[in-house]
Design a protein around this ligand. Structure first.
Ligand code: SF4
Length: 287
């Protein structure tokens, strides 16, 4: 069995930066109450590491960031790499919390674009429902319209002076399909696809795979970019794709009969987890 270690994979600059900000905050404020407003990045091992430094994480996918703030009454609040909207910052300030902002600069770039456009027009934002990055961007203005599928694009009505942009971690293939549907409705729309470079080059590396029987994506189930890597593998015709969190979840039947197995990982997955999966595959290949 040949094992292909896909590159690039793993941590992106935005994730590295967010983890560094969290670690530095813990280092500079020993003994103070520090709370992450959601998972700092979508990987539970990273969150556990931050918790071991004394940072509390409040995460509840059924509540918005604004609602989660009700649970923080003192100390420092860390805005996660996914960003947050102005109402979250304003509420944190009004509660007297010290804000540490770990928003990825790529997400911030989209916010700047959207803020400027809603002053005179509507924004179609291609993204995922109930994802914190989409929540942060859609919350900028009622003129931002979240679209997550071709069907939703077909239902858009009454928008003017339209700009189309997107969540940073979408599939480059899905984005194209939904974008085309939006352009059918609004052919004059300006288009600024914001799938970030880190997401794009990781997906393109999977799209370049040929004659691969199995793709293993190492990533957290919360991680949208990990799910999208698995989806890109399917779209590329790889017969079996699996999203696993760690080497313990790798089962023999996942790779049974495979001649070529490729491994990649989400941009929030610690490298040691991916390496452990690759090591396990090498051990299985020698059996
Ligand atoms: S995946 Fe892209 S947007 Fe998200 S943290 Fe990484 S660089 Fe930033």
């Amino acid at each position: 069995m040949e094992i292909i270690s896909v590159t690039p994979r793993g941590y992106c600059q935005g994730v590295v930066r967010a983890i560094r900000i969290a670690e530095e905050t813990a280092g500079k404020h020993p003994g103070e109450t520090i709370t992450m407003l959601g998972m700092i990045v979508h990987n539970r091992y990273v969150v556990q590491k931050c918790e071991s430094l004394g940072i509390r994480c409040i995460e509840d996918s059924s509540r918005t960031r604004l609602e989660l703030l009700d649970d923080i009454d003192e100390g420092i609040v860390i805005i996660t790499a996914h960003g947050a909207n102005d109402a979250v910052f304003a509420k944190a300030q009004s509660k007297g919390l010290q804000i540490v902002d770990a928003t990825c600069p790529d997400v911030e770039k989209t916010h700047t674009l959207v803020r400027s456009h809603v002053e005179h027009g509507d924004v179609i934002y291609l993204g995922k429902h109930n994802h914190p990055e989409a929540e942060g961007t859609v919350g900028i203005s009622p003129r931002v319209h979240l679209v997550s599928s071709v069907e939703e694009a077909e239902q858009l009505e009454g928008l003017a002076d339209v700009l189309i942009t997107s969540q940073t971690t979408l599939s480059i293939l899905d984005t194209r399909r939904i974008l085309d549907a939006c352009l059918k409705k609004y052919p004059d729309a300006k288009v600024y696809p914001e799938v970030c470079n880190a997401t794009r080059i990781r997906q393109e590396a999977v799209l370049r795979l040929r004659d691969t029987d199995v793709l293993i994506v190492v990533g957290d189930p919360h991680s949208n970019n990990s799910h999208q890597l698995a989806r890109i593998g399917q779209d590329n015709g790889i017969p079996r794709t699996w999203l696993i969190e760690n080497a313990d979840q790798l089962r023999d039947d996942m790779i049974a009969g495979a001649e070529r197995v490729a491994v990649t990982s989400g941009s929030s997955t610690p490298n040691e987890l991916t390496q452990a999966v690759i090591d396990r595959l090498h051990a299985l290949a020698q059996q």
